[in-house]
Design a protein around this ligand. Structure first.
Ligand SMILES: [Zn+2]
Length: 216
C-alpha cells in the first residue's frame, strides 16, 4: 500500500472485489460489465474503484485502484479506472454516498427501455413489500421513482446529465441508464449492496409477471 492511499483502502478493496464476485454469480455483471466504488475520504474526495475492463467473477482486491474527484488515478498502478468513474464521482458528491454500485442485469436493461425518452422519463414502483429494503422506506405503499437517463459514451456529458437528474429527483435511490443498467448507492457498501438486491428483485418481479410499473 502506498502513502497516497486513503485510510481503509485495503479493506474496501477486498469488499468491492467480493461484491463483484457475488454479483457475477447472480448474473448481474456478466462479461466485463459493471463497476463498483467506495468513498475513502471526503476532503479531498477519494474513491476506491474497480479497474476498467475486468471480468467480475474473478475480481480481486488488487483489481481495485484509488481515484480523485476528477476520476484521475492517484494510486501507483498502470491500470485504468472504470470508464464510468465520473458517474461514481458525481453520485458520491451529489448524494454524499459512501458507496456506488452499477450492474448490467437483463431485467434492469429491459425495464430501462421505456417508451418515453428525454430528461423526464421515470419508472415508478409501488405496492411491493420489498420496497422496504430501500433506505427510509417504511411501507409497501411508498412510491419509488427511478429516473431513466439516456445512455451516452461521452462520460463528462453523461456525468452532467446524471447530476441534473439527481438534482431533479432528490428522493431517488437509483437511476437506470437506458438499455445499459442500474446505478444505486448507499451510506455504506452494505447499504448499496442491499439496494442492488432489492431493486434487481423488483425489476425481475415486474419483468416476469408483466407487472405494470408506470413509465411517465
Ligand atoms: Zn455500465
Amino acid at each position: 500500500m502506498t502513502k497516497t492511499r486513503g485510510s481503509g483502502f485495503g479493506a474496501r478493496a477486498s469488499e468491492l472485489a467480493a461484491i463483484g464476485r457475488r454479483f457475477y454469480a447472480r448474473g448481474w455483471v456478466l462479461g466485463t460489465s459493471g463497476n463498483f466504488s467506495a468513498v475513502l475520504s471526503r476532503t479531498p474526495l477519494r474513491l476506491a474503484i474497480t479497474s476498467s475492463s475486468l471480468p467480475k467473477g474473478t475480481l480481486r482486491a488488487s483489481d481495485i485502484l484509488e481515484c480523485d474527484e476528477h476520476g484521475r488515478v492517484v494510486s501507483k498502478t498502470k491500470a485504468k479506472p472504470s470508464a464510468e468513474t465520473l458517474l461514481h464521482v458525481e453520485i458520491a458528491k451529489r448524494r454524499g454516498a459512501g458507496a456506488v454500485l452499477h450492474t448490467h442485469s437483463v431485467w434492469s436493461t429491459m425495464l430501462s427501455d421505456a417508451w418515453a425518452s428525454g430528461p423526464e422519463a421515470t419508472l415508478a414502483i409501488e405496492g411491493y413489500e420489498m420496497l422496504k429494503g430501500l433506505a427510509g422506506v417504511t411501507s409497501h405503499e411508498h412510491r419509488v421513482i427511478i429516473p431513466i437517463v439516456d445512455n451516452d459514451q461521452d462520460m463528462p456529458r453523461l456525468a452532467r446529465r446524471v447530476g441534473d437528474t439527481l438534482d431533479r429527483h432528490p428522493a431517488a435511490h437509483a437511476f437506470l441508464l437506458r438499455r445499459h443498467g442500474l446505478y444505486t448507492w448507499g451510506a455504506t457498501l452494505a447499504d448499496a449492496e442491499r439496494h442492488v438486491e432489492i431493486l434487481e428483485f423488483l425489476f425481475e418481479t415486474i419483468g416476469r409477471t408483466g407487472g405494470k410499473p408506470s413509465w411517465q
